[in-house]
Design a protein around this ligand. Structure first.
Ligand code: K2U
Ligand code: NI
Length: 192
């Protein structure tokens, strides 16, 4: 089981290293890693488990964050239409990206960054990834093409950055004049 103590923090060399392609067929160790990464994200969203094990909530995690410099990450995130995107990806490739840029209003967070950060991070409004998806139930590695947009696309771009040794903290801006927010935060001044 992955715990917060297993997650390396900013300044660690592995977070700034381009991770290596995963050798195929998947080793038992890589299968275990993929399964544990996805389970960590799911656990982090379960109030009881997250409280018991003091897990920070997360919608994704990449292998370099547990000091495994391999091109693997997991994401478990529901979009605003209630569609769940739950994947453990191997050797993802960014095949296409939009010209339009979006950002998380208020800025992003990161399991590997313990400090408050100021600023927003530019992300593509829509992306297409090709990857191998590890299906834990069937123990199969399935080639997939994922067309993602909005907040879900941002999650996958954040994790994809991790396997390229890129931290969101290197891409903080006070404003992005030509970008749109991925969603609108509830404004406490909203009148009913
Ligand atoms: O890679 C990680 O550190 C996990 C991040 C991924 C992420 C950060 C910013 C924007 C999208 C994805 C954590 O999930 S950040 C904490 C978090 C928790 C719940 C919802 C959103 C962000
Ligand atoms: Ni992160």
């Amino acid at each position: 089981m992955i715990l917060m103590k297993n997650i390396i923090r900013e300044g660690h060399k592995t977070l700034e290293t381009v991770a290596k392609e995963v050798k195929l067929p998947l080793s038992q160790a890589d299968k275990k890693c993929l399964k544990e990464m996805l389970q960590f994200v799911i656990n982090s969203q379960n109030e009881e488990i997250a409280t018991q094990y003091e897990l920070r909530p997360a919608v994704g995690i990449a292998a370099p964050q547990i000091n495994i410099s391999k091109r693997m990450f997991a994401a478990h995130v529901t979009d605003f239409d209630g569609i769940l995107y739950s994947y453990a990806l191997v050797n993802p490739v960014l095949k296409s990206k939009s010209k339009e840029i979006i950002y998380v209003p208020g800025g992003e967070g990161c399991l590997s960054v313990d400090r408050e950060t100021v600023g927003i991070t530019p992300r593509y409004k829509s992306v297409t990834f090709e990857a191998l998806s590890y299906d834990i139930e069937s123990d199969q590695l399935i080639p997939i093409e994922l067309h993602l947009e909005g907040y879900v696309g941002i999650v996958f771009q954040h994790e994809f950055d991790h396997i390229n040794g890129i931290m969101f903290t290197t891409k903080l801006f006070n404003e992005l004049p030509f970008a749109e927010p991925a969603f609108h935060l509830e404004d406490e001044n909203d009148t009913i």
